[in-house]
Design a protein. Structure first.
Length: 1068
């Protein structure tokens, strides 16, 4: 039925009518005569003075507001340029408001061509400003909705950042930022804001959108006719009639089956990307304060912010703002979301890192805001571990949201709503906003697209609609909320209702029985170069994860049962800070390597600080542990990590093992002469989770090395490898089993491994992010024909034999390698250093094996993942570069080859070939990414039996975690060896032994099942345990676990299903 009273246009010519509406509210065309011309009927220029804050990026952090306003401000004016990039400029703004403006809404308008923060004269952050070439702009601040005429002179301060909301560039968005950019101040004024004109503008805008998007529908015509008649009314001076017509239109609601858009305000703030951590701190203040402004005006408006780190920055740098936000949190309108410390990379962090992201994130929200988030919110990351559902359930969550899978390059993901099942069988409800964005503007096109694009039509009646400027922060604007108001229930357009994530998921849960199940990883078919770019970020992440793990274990042993004085309290503070640095660096543009060059020196420093803190805790704990063993009660032990020598005749060496397997490893020790550079090898035996005074053991399997026809044979009875003069592996077998040679085919064809491969690597656009499929067509093997330094013998002892060789790579890069086999070791290790100078080349390592298999198995967070090596489907084909952690494996049913590594994550398993990606050389957004020296190690381990009957998992831990050698002075510890924990039974990995986060002195044990089957084990603790309860990842106590007391400790049974993650809380 037509709207009675709406006058259709005189002519049946929508082709003219529709542009007429657009022109009437257009900000570029006909501006002098159209409606927009009336929006700011009166203005007055600000009186401006300026002070340039000395220094560039981050310099602002050293200054307080009260110091800044005491500086010498000098006059300046609109039209002036300010810079260079990353500099900070302060402006004192004095506005004089004419009395004639009484009764009007008054605004301050600012455009510095950049981002800026508005401060009150008493130092409160009021709002952010943004100008980014017309996109993502926010240039108005409401001084008063109704000027009472009393306060005629107002003073504000503006803090201008010399960068834009999406960073600063002269060309493409991701080009490295220029250092000399300037920004022009184009507006600084007070203005009267005509609220009637504004309402009519938004009315006409939404009606025009409806008429455009529903052009052939009755509803579209009715919107068009309404808008046309409104224009006629406005021209005739009948604004009220125009306004009433619009209200009448928007009052016609949808039918009962209309799709619901759960409109949730948000501002995706990358914690660093095309800007640094420091700029993000200011982005948080700008974004959050702007949202508080909007909340005052719009009571229905709800805003969510993720990443506890950003809230913590707000609290630290802007405490007054933080307090105002807390009020809105208590009203349920400004909500923390996601529960993690940052929105992390979804591929590379370890399982334990994932758990800590929640433990610290939820911990902050709970302590500061009294809120525990009910969902995992990770809209923007580059792939999703298959263990995320298991980790989520472990930390008490079952709701997941992301949108990045919409970026997949080849295959369209078949669902927006589904039950996601992880490798351990955990199920969570997953939702992808079908609009494929977290930066909606609340327009009709987006609303209709969200419904049209939904892949679960008829199954899901609600979809998330995340609106607000994002990536560089910003968030919703008044225009967005005004449009959302009109579309709240407008016939023909999905209902756009402001809501909370909790309400969204509650609605979806009611329909979950209609959703499909997706099992395993959410592989993003793009951005697979992020497993490799910025190699140091990956190496330091792995190193820090292990250093923290080891420190926490020994701290628990040193402090269990109240021992160690204040060691626990002191160390918890250090570990907390260290974990927060590691977790921050796991942000989804830092660890993946997709940020600008400026980010990485700081990230590197944070990693080094975290590792140093872990070392400090380790040392203090070791001193406490060993001191306890002395009869005198004094601390007699001088401990050090990684340095072997102490003067003093009676010094003795200790070896520490922080893994659950007893170890027999070849280690490097100082000679008796005491020159720290003069090293010998010793084979030492150390019990599980303990230490032993080092005594050289005789090798059961000594190494032999022989040269035959220019090739070198390394053998120790466990593994036999033949290395060609070119550094290639030409034969590899378990023991002397020559029938099962990894590189010999059944028909006698010899294949090779340790092939150094170079590829051309020019992605379509996302340079640091992507490795495209066509790179595989450009393979060159560097060590196929000749090498600059052929293989020679470096050392030849019964405990270790080492070969060395080198080659030039590409235009001017070079690679040096030491290939070692140690006594009693089942793998051959390759210690590699590369000087890397290439441009858009990819360096890989290849193993062309003779193994016949259809899948490869990759280490992943708390488990493993099998992926096909065959290319039957487009889904298989798109997985040409995948993420794996400490090992990857190609196996036939009862033997195979595993490759271990200490810092790499990019793999490819195709047919019988396994490759490990070593280095990438992108030029954007960091023009110098990965240029220079690199060192890393990998190992090859052939094994008899299936992968999970072998000890590949154990060896991958050992390869990443060498025995720690320490020096004890003057007295020998008693007993001479110690084992605090043991895991009796295969498959169960006791990954984590950590102090409870609450400082109670309890110890948390986290175990997981590593073989993909049911595994039982006895956990034995040689500690004075009083109680054991099961707990979750948040360390909330659960059901009591029965344990058996034994001499000096306890043991209890752990029964796990495939890839199960469980935790236990031990009290003393
Ligand atoms: Zn992002």
């Amino acid at each position: 039925m037509a709207d009675p009273g709406v006058q259709a246009p005189l002519h049946k010519n929508a082709k003219a009518t529709r542009p007429r509406i657009d022109n009437f509210i257009n900000s570029k065309r006909f501006k002098e005569v159209n409606l927009l011309n009336l929006l700011y009927p009166a203005t007055t220029s600000a009186d401006l003075t300026h002070w340039a804050l000395p220094g560039g990026n981050g310099a602002w952090e050293k200054w307080t507001f009260s110091e800044i306003i005491k500086q010498q401000f000098t006059p300046t004016k609109v039209g002036t340029n300010f810079g260079p990039t990353w500099a900070t400029h302060w402006f004192k703004v004095v506005l004089t408001l004419p009395e004639a403006w009484k009764g009007k809404q008054i605004r301050f308008r600012w455009d510095s061509g950049s981002e800026a923060t508005l401060w009150s004269s008493d130092g409160r952050v009021l709002q952010g400003f943004s100008s980014a070439n017309g996109d993502q702009f926010r240039t108005d601040y409401v001084i008063t909705p109704n000027f009472d005429g009393s306060e005629e002179t107002l003073t504000y301060y503006v803090e201008m950042a010399s960068s834009r909301i999406l960073g600063t560039t002269n060309g493409d968005e991701i080009d490295p930022p220029p250092t000399d950019k300037t920004f022009t101040l184009t507006r600084a004024e007070a203005a009267v804001f005509d609220t009637t004109v504004y309402k009519l503008t938004r009315d006409l805008e939404v009606l025009h959108q409806l008429s455009t998007e529903l052009a052939s529908d009755t509803i579209g015509y009715m919107a068009l006719f309404t808008a046309n008649q409104m224009v006629n009314h406005i021209i005739a001076g009948k604004e009220k009639e125009a306004s009433d017509l619009a209200d009448l239109y928007f009052s016609k609601s949808n039918g009962a089956r209309a799709h619901n858009l759960a409109a949730i305000g948000n501002c995706h703030i990358d914690s660093a990307w095309l800007w640094t951590y420091s700029e993000t701190k200011r982005k948080v203040a700008r974004s959050f304060s702007s949202q508080l402004q909007l909340m005052d005006k719009y009571p229905e408006f709800i805003f969510v912010a993720s990443q506890a780190q950003q809230w913590a920055w707000c609290k630290e740098f802007y405490p007054e703002l933080f307090d105002r936000i807390k009020e809105r949190v208590s009203q349920g309108r400004f909500l923390p979301v996601g529960g993690t410390w940052v929105e992390m990379d979804g591929n590379i962090p370890s399982g334990e890192s994932f758990v800590r992201q929640f433990l610290h994130g939820q911990g902050f929200f709970e302590k500061e805001l009294g809120v525990r988030c009910r969902e995992f919110w990770l809209p923007d990351t580059f792939g999703y571990s298959p263990q995320i559902p298991g980790i989520m359930r472990h930390v008490g969550l079952n709701r997941f949201l992301t949108q990045k899978m919409s970026w997949s390059f080849v295959n369209k993901f078949p669902h927006h709503n589904f039950t996601w099942e992880g490798i351990d069988g955990s199920k969570v409800l997953a939702h992808f906003p079908p609009g494929d964005s977290y930066s909606m503007n609340c327009n009709v096109k987006e609303a209709l697209h969200t419904e049209a694009n939904l892949r679960d039509k008829g199954r899901a009646s609600t979809s998330a609609f995340l609106f607000g400027y994002g990536d560089g922060g910003g968030g919703p604007t008044e225009d967005m909320i005004e449009r959302a108001r009109r579309l709240a229930d407008a016939d023909g357009c999905p209902r756009m209702q402001m809501t909370t994530p909790d309400a969204l998921f509650s609605a979806l849960e009611k329909e979950q029985h209609n959703f499909a199940v997706w099992r395993g990883e959410l592989y993003l078919e793009l951005h697979n170069g992020t497993y490799t770019s910025q190699a140091a970020m990956k190496r330091l992440c792995r190193e820090a994860e292990f250093a923290l793990r080891d420190a926490e274990f020994l701290l628990c042993m040193a402090s269990a049962g109240g021992k160690g004085g204040d060691l626990l309290i002191r160390s918890l503070v250090e570990l907390d800070a260290a974990w927060k640095k590691v977790m921050l660096n796991q942000f989804h543009d830092v660890l993946p390597g997709s940020g600008i060059e400026m980010i990485y020196p700081e990230a590197t420093k944070l990693y080094h600080e975290a590792i140093a803190a872990a070392d400090t805790v380790w040392k203090s704990s070791a001193i406490t542990v060993l001191g306890d063993k002395s009869t005198s009660g004094r601390s007699l032990w001088d401990a050090s990590i990684g340095s072997f020598f102490r003067s003093g005749d009676a010094s003795q060496l200790l070896a520490f093992n922080t893994l659950q397997w007893p170890r027999r490893d070849v280690v490097t020790v100082p000679t008796s002469e005491g020159d720290p550079k003069d090293l010998n090898y010793a084979l030492v035996a150390v019990p599980a989770f303990g230490f032993a005074v080092m005594e050289a053991a005789a090798p059961t399997n000594p190494v032999t090395l022989s040269e035959v026809n220019g090739s070198y044979i390394l053998s120790n009875g466990l593994v036999r490898a033949v290395i060609s003069s070119l550094g290639q592996l030409t034969s590899l077998a378990v023991g002397e089993d020559v029938d099962r040679d990894v590189f010999m085919t059944s028909d006698g064809q010899q294949l090779t491994g340790n092939r150094i491969l170079l590829y051309d690597d020019q992605p379509l656009y996302w340079d640091a992010w992507d490795v495209m499929d066509y790179h595989l067509e450009t393979e060159t093997c560097i060590n196929d024909a000749t090498v600059s330094t052929p293989v020679s013998i470096k050392e030849h002892t019964a405990l270790r034999c080492t070969l060395s060789w080198g080659c030039s790579v590409g235009r001017s890069s070079s690679l040096l390698q030491e290939i070692s086999l140690s006594a009693d070791s089942p793998y051959v290790a390759f210690k590699t250093s590369v000087n890397w100078t290439e441009n858009r080349k990819l360096l890989k390592l290849g193993f062309n094996t003779s193994l016949k298999t259809t899948f490869a198995t990759y280490d992943t967070q708390f488990g493993s993942l099998a992926r096909p090596t065959v290319v039957n489907t487009s889904w298989d084909s798109a997985r040409y570069e995948v993420c794996g952690h400490k090992y990857a494996d190609l196996s036939e049913s009862d033997w195979g080859l595993a490759v271990l590594n200490d810092s790499k994550y990019g793999w490819s398993g195709r047919d019988s070939t396994l490759t490990l990606t070593l280095l990438k050389s992108p030029k954007a957004p960091d023009a110098n990414c990965d240029m220079g020296e690199h060192s890393f190690a990998y190992a090859v381990m052939p094994h008899a039996g299936p992968l999970f009957s072998s000890d590949v998992v154990q060896r991958s831990y050992e390869f990443n975690n060498p025995l720690k050698i320490m020096t004890a002075n003057n007295v020998a510890p008693s007993p001479a060896s110690m084992s605090w924990c043991a895991v009796v039974g295969a498959g169960v990995v006791l990954h984590t032994v950590k102090p409870a986060q609450d400082g109670s002195g309890d110890v948390i044990l986290r175990v997981y099942e590593s073989r993909g089957t049911r595994s039982n084990a006895q956990l034995q603790l040689m500690l004075p345990v009083k109680g054991v309860v099961e707990c979750n990842g948040m360390e909330d106590p659960g059901k009591v676990v029965d344990f058996v007391a034994k001499v000096g400790g306890v043991s209890f049974l752990v029964k796990l299903t495939a890839y199960d993650i469980r935790a236990f809380r031990i009290s003393f």
